[in-house]
Design a protein around this ligand. Structure first.
Ligand code: ADP
Ligand code: MG
Length: 696
């Protein structure tokens, strides 16, 4: 058997498990060996049941007093439920989706349970903990016990059972992917040892060395991929844009405000890039309200002045509409033809027209784009990408989509040069990530807000204070201000839902309550299951003050501009990442009016209190992003969503020293052998890393 063989070749993996593994992206034997534990348990250190504490990881040992299978009432989620007892007390255990455990674990058996206890109706309980029967212990231990990321249908014990013999057989044959000189210089474990020790370490030290080696490996390849990407983009050609500085200055002088220094600097970097004969690949990073749109508009103006076209794309129709209004306002008087491409009503603003727009057919609009009559086209990502051909596209600006590949860009344009790319984001990227996952991009940061912005008063609050908060909200509404409420979920939970977030209010539920509470005011809901048109309508109504309170899920996150909203209430705040909470908070405080953010949190765990406190104390999103990265647990889903990486890679990215070291190692290697001609295994591995990282 070889590293590249299909998992079907592995003994003990039948078709059923094969399917489940493939669903997790584990296709080859190599993938399986690279499926690393998320943590390890030391079953030699036990906690008495009476000493269990909420959210504090612990292993207990006790006898099974009762065990049964069942299904939750409404959603029919199957589960097994047990009571485990030791000499000091008893505790309830629930395994969702594993009803069969009620057969395999027997009443009276002695068992180890390991996990983080949470609060249920009847006190502390374990949800989906890992377990070991006492008699199994000798098979599964002999050191630290690896616990793999939780997945339906693939248990850690099954993985241990498959991996142990597999590693024994294969370890000496695993191809080394790091260059020998790198292993020596940085004193790393070789791959055979590292694979064995990352799955089955005997000591903490072995575990540490193995994880070090793979952290190094991950980051080394991410750097290699990013560096090669960056260099390859720099070797493409684009149309250099001749910047008419006087013209741009006219624009800036006509603005009703003074640019911040950070805006000036970012604009300068962008304009300098546009002048080059190689495509710009720049990310403009800055908090909501920091004035990115104005900076982007300067780039658009410079581009169109030199008779090139520009495109501006946003992730949603709501945001595209907002951009269209904002940018065409800013460009009023500069005689541009601006096209707006949406799902329904395509608009066209001709330089001959003053304020008003004309609606024209999609066909007509695309034709105008193709013959170069439209100077600037605004729309959503999807619409612009698929169907449009520009005559002479010089600049593409994308909002909240960090990359837009060179090939995609080339396709938009009739000419065979690559348009410049400016990507904008309000999500602050921690430094280590900027060096690695974003290493292919040049980054401009707007790290100061325009003068006169008021601090948003932020407070962590509990249920007891709800009445007071509502009175406060009412007072604001009576001043004709508006409020947001954010909930982590849409629907009411299942009656018997015992998942940790079961008691967090839902959008539906809260909206019902608020309608009763605020009878004089209009309450509406917004969530991802609504159609784009419906969402756009609700946002439009909220903007036009036809709605006073908007109850929403996190769909509200990016870029929405409602200056009249002054209150942001977040339910179940501990469910969100810090960066995300900061984004929510940024929805208010967008005018001279004083604004407020209240964070309801049901959790008393030290970790969540620490996180929320960081938010209260800091308004600096970059600082928050760093903290978020540090405080975030391994395998956190938010990491996956936000950065496209999770688990082990996320873990590795937290370590600044390794990030530096691996950067040095990667750049040394590329300097020596840019094409990796003498490093075929490195090259092969790099190919697969590149595929997974989506640098394009
Ligand atoms: P972003 O796109 O980064 O969220 P915008 O460019 O939309 O921010 O700017 C937010 C608001 O602040 C807009 O109304 C804009 O006109 C205004 N603005 C931008 N730059 C400044 C500045 N330097 N001083 C004052 N107001 C500004
Ligand atoms: Mg914006």
């Amino acid at each position: 058997m070889r590293f590249s063989d299909s998992i079907n070749e592995v003994p003990k993996i039948g078709p059923k498990y094969g399917r489940r593994l493939r669903k997790m992206g584990i296709i080859s034997v190599g993938d399986l060996l690279y499926h690393f534990p998320s943590r390890y348990e030391d079953f030699s250190s036990l906690t008495k049941i009476k000493n269990l504490r909420r959210d504090k990881p612990a292993t207990i040992k006790g006898k099974v007093k009762a065990i049964e299978a069942g299904k939750t009432n409404r959603k029919k989620v199957p589960y097994a439920q047990a009571i485990i007892q030791d000499s000091t007390g008893a505790v309830k255990i629930i395994w969702f989706y594993q009803p069969y455990l009620a057969n395999s674990i027997k009443k009276g058996e002695s068992i180890y349970i390991s996990g983080e206890p949470s609060y249920g109706r009847e006190g502390l309980q374990f949800i989906n903990p890992s377990y070991e029967k006492e008699k199994d212990e000798t098979i599964h231990t002999g050191g630290l016990i690896p616990i793999y990321p939780e997945t339906q249908g693939i248990s850690s014990r099954w993985l241990r059972y498959v991996l142990k013999p597999l590693i024994k057989r294969l370890a000496p044959k695993i191809p080394e992917v790091l260059p020998q000189e790198v292993i020596e210089k940085y004193n790393l474990l070789t791959i055979d040892k590292a694979i064995e020790k990352i799955h089955f370490p005997k000591t903490e030290k072995e575990k540490k060395r193995a994880r070090e080696r793979f952290s190094f490996e991950r980051l080394f390849f991410i750097h290699l991929a990013a560096m090669r990407k960056k260099l390859s983009i720099k070797s493409e050609s684009s149309s250099p844009i001749e910047i008419d500085m006087e013209y741009v200055k006219d624009f800036v002088e006509g603005l009703p405000f003074k640019l911040t220094d950070a805006q000036k600097k970012a604009a300068w970097q962008i304009l300098k890039d546009l002048e080059k004969p190689h495509p710009m690949n720049r990310l403009l990073e800055g908090d909501v309200g920091s004035g990115k749109t104005v900076v982007a508009t300067m780039a658009i103006l410079a581009t169109t002045k030199d008779n090139y076209q520009a495109a501006l794309m946003a992730p949603t129709e709501v945001l595209a509409t907002q951009h269209f209004k904002k940018v065409s306002d800013l460009l009023e008087g500069f005689k541009l033809n601006i096209g707006f491409l949406t799902g329904k009503k395509d608009k066209f603003k001709s330089k001959k027209l003053k304020k008003q727009f004309i609606e024209i057919s999609r066909e007509k609009l695309l034709e105008k784009v193709e013959i170069g009559e439209i100077d600037l086209l605004i729309g959503t990502h999807a619409l612009i990408q698929d169907k449009v051909t520009f005559d002479n596209l010089g600049l593409v600006i994308v909002d909240e989509q960090h990359r837009f590949g060179v090939k995609q860009r080339a396709k938009l344009c009739k000419k065979d040069t690559i348009p410049h790319l400016l990507s904008m984001t309000a999500t602050p990227i921690p430094r280590t990530l900027a060096l690695t996952l974003y290493g292919d991009l040049d980054i401009s940061i707007i790290d100061e807000l325009p003068e006169g912005r008021k601090k948003i008063e932020t407070r962590v609050v509990n249920e007891k204070e709800r009445g007071r908060i509502y009175s406060f909200v009412e007072k604001e509404l009576k001043k004709e201000r508006q409020a947001f409420f954010i909930c982590p979920r849409i629907e009411k939970p299942d009656e018997e839902d015992e998942t940790p977030w079961a008691d967090v209010t839902s959008v539906e539920e809260l909206a019902e309550k608020l309608k009763k509470q605020f009878t004089e005011f209009k309450v509406a809901t917004l969530h991802g299951q609504l159609t784009a048109t419906k969402k756009a309508k609700i946002m439009e109504d909220f903007k036009n003050k036809k709605i006073d309170i908007l109850v929403s899920t996190s769909v509200i996150e990016v870029g929405i501009d409602i200056p009249n909203a002054t209150v942001m209430v977040i339910e179940g705040a501990e469910m969100f990442g810090l960066a995300q909470l900061h984004q929510f908070r940024g929805r208010v405080g967008r005018s001279e009016k004083k604004s407020y953010c209240f964070l309801f949190s049901g959790s008393n765990s030290e970790k969540s209190i620490k996180r929320l406190k960081a938010l209260v104390e800091s308004e600096n999103s970059f600082e928050l992003a760093e903290k978020d990265l540090k405080l975030r647990g391994p395998g956190d889903l938010a990491g996956k969503r936000q950065w496209g990486v999770a688990g082990f890679t996320m873990e590795a990215l937290k370590d600044r020293k390794t990030v530096q070291k691996t950067k040095e190692a990667a750049s040394d290697l590329l300097e020596k052998d840019f094409k990796l001609e003498k490093y075929s295994t490195v090259k092969r591995k790099l190919k697969s890393v590149e595929k997974n990282l989506h640098f394009e």
